[in-house]
Design a protein around this ligand. Structure first.
Ligand SMILES: *[C@@H]1O[C@H](CO)[C@@H](O)[C@H](O)[C@H]1NC(C)=O
Ligand SMILES: *[C@@H]1O[C@H](CO)[C@@H](O)[C@H](O)[C@H]1NC(C)=O
Ligand SMILES: [Zn+2]
Length: 479
């Protein structure tokens, strides 16, 4: 009996201890490290402990990192047909950086634009991670019911990373576990900071690899502490605090306004005209994620400050979601509802060409995809543009479009510069023949073969250009 009693006491003690731990950690189950390191630090700094406690109270009602992972998996469980969950890497503490893709064909490569949302870049700005789960679930619930939800799921590959900085979140601070501000950790266009690969944070590396592996057309990261849609450039060459326009200034102002004007009251800001701002005019930063996306990723990224209060009480999250819902949906849908889109083919074999697409007068180029050769180029509406497609070995083509409010489709058929060159032959096996040509004893036979192939591809080319005649520089307005 006595033995049983002591067991019971021990059991109760353990239970209580567990309970206590869970509260002190704010329910964090991912990294015991957080607790231990914090405990050590707090013995030294009582004020820090108070600060932490205050933030912990603020985080009451917010998802912990493990809650977030569960919520993502629950979302995927409910909506497995239109979603997939994958990890883009790990944080310093080893927490997986889980991302969701929402699309009617998740994980498939298609000639469609891709958008990404990133939340919680700064550990102490947790509103975005909550809103992104609400967004995902709203899309799931309204697919095939709401036209905007259906448009997005059917025509865009939407990728969502609710938390880029789970360690910063569990530490209740801006930086990651190494106390590095991740929005200053990217390579910079003006200054040689962050170029040392060994110094780069794992969270930053994961994002950079992600951007290299998926061709995102546009994106947004969600922050807190202000209410404004911020667009490139974020930094100036001379470090002055002044308006510094990127080549797509008009496009970005269009996107930022789309967000602020669809928002409950962002556009009514006293501080920022129309609720938008050029980053460098507000305050210049270097090594930010936004400019890097535009320069190296061909991706038009906005930095969205979605609430003045970084940690609003959790019961306000639903209201903030309602304030931002239309903005978030319209921004993603703008990839389908505006801009110029198309594919690029070679005139000889009809093969997709990963050509460069530029707009005359704008020093910026995007690339059509390697495999499907589709391109998606955002542009401000109500303008005339000259769209230029170029590809080494092919004649550059351009066409002028009068862009209204609707998106346009422009496909390009590029002609080889020199049709007689054997390297223009249509498939790889023909190209392999070339290597053999160098060997003299094959030459006689191969000259005959080349002549025959040439005749064949001349005929084929005629057939293909007939096939594409209707599509050549097609201008289609669609929803
Ligand atoms: C927007 O509305 C919120 C909630 O009513 C308020 O706290 C905030 O000050 C408003 N901001 C602007 C710019 O009107
Ligand atoms: C175009 O942009 C590149 C950087 O992307 C820059 O090096 C170059 O000087 C620019 N050219 C012009 C004409 O502005
Ligand atoms: Zn921030």
């Amino acid at each position: 009996m006595a033995h049983l009693n002591s067991s019971l006491v021990l059991f109760l003690f353990l239970l209580l201890h567990l309970f206590h731990t869970a509260i002190a950690r704010g329910g964090e189950s991912h990294s015991g490290f957080v607790d231990n390191s914090y405990a050590a630090a707090s013995r030294r700094h009582l004020s820090e402990e108070n600060h932490f406690k205050k933030l912990d109270n603020l985080a009451h009602g917010y998802m912990t990192n493990s809650d977030l992972e569960k919520a993502m998996k629950a979302f995927h469980g409910r909506c497995s047909r239109i979603s997939r969950i994958y990890s883009i890497g790990k944080s310093v503490f080893g927490v997986p950086l889980w991302a969701m893709e929402i699309s009617n064909r998740p994980g498939k490569e298609e000639a469609k634009p891709a958008f990404k949302f990133i939340g919680n870049v700064h550990g102490d700005e947790p509103v975005g991670r909550e809103l992104l789960l609400l967004l995902a679930n709203w899309l799931c619930d309204h697919y095939m019911k709401d036209p905007l939800a259906t448009l997005i799921v059917d025509n865009v590959h939407l990728h969502i990373l609710p938390s880029m900085n789970p360690d910063g979140f569990s530490l209740r601070r801006r930086g990651n576990a190494n106390n590095i501000d991740l929005n200053r950790d990217f390579p910079d266009q003006f200054f040689k900071i962050n170029n040392d690969l060994t110094e780069r944070q794992p969270e930053t590396k994961a994002i950079m690899n992600w951007i290299k592996s998926i061709r995102f057309t546009a994106s947004a990261s969600l922050h807190g502490g202000a209410l404004v849609a911020n667009y490139p450039w974020d930094g100036t060459q001379d470090k002055s605090k002044s308006y510094y326009a990127c080549p797509d200034d008009e496009t970005f102002r269009y996107m930022a306004k789309l967000y602020s004007e669809s928002h409950y009251n962002m556009s009514q800001s006293q501080e920022f005209k129309a609720g938008i701002t050029n980053g460098a005019l507000w305050y210049p930063i270097y090594g930010g994620m936004q400019d890097w996306n535009y320069i190296y990723g061909g991706c038009f990224e906005l930095t969205l400050e979605i609430s003045d209060n970084k940690w609003p009480p959790a019961n306000e999250l639903h209201t903030i979601w309602q304030y931002n819902k239309k903005s978030m949906l319209h921004l993603v849908a703008s990839l389908v509802k505006s801009g110029v889109h198309g594919r690029v083919f070679s005139s000889d074999c009809g093969e997709p060409l990963p050509a460069s697409i530029a707009i005359k007068g704008m020093n910026y180029t995007i690339k059509a995809s390697e495999t499907l050769a589709d391109y998606h180029r955002l542009l401000a509406p109500e303008h005339q543009y000259e769209v230029i497609a170029s590809m080494p070995g092919y004649k550059t083509r351009s066409t002028t479009i009068n862009m209204g409010e609707d998106p346009m489709t422009v496909d390009f058929i590029l002609e080889p510069i020199n049709s007689y060159l054997p390297h223009q032959l249509c498939n790889r096996s023909s190209i392999n023949i070339l290597e053999v040509v160098a060997k003299p004893h094959f030459q006689a036979a191969l000259i005959l073969m080349l002549v025959l192939t040439f005749l064949f591809f001349l005929m084929k080319r005629k057939a293909i250009s007939n096939h594409f005649r209707g599509r050549k520089q097609r201008r289609v307005s669609a929803v």
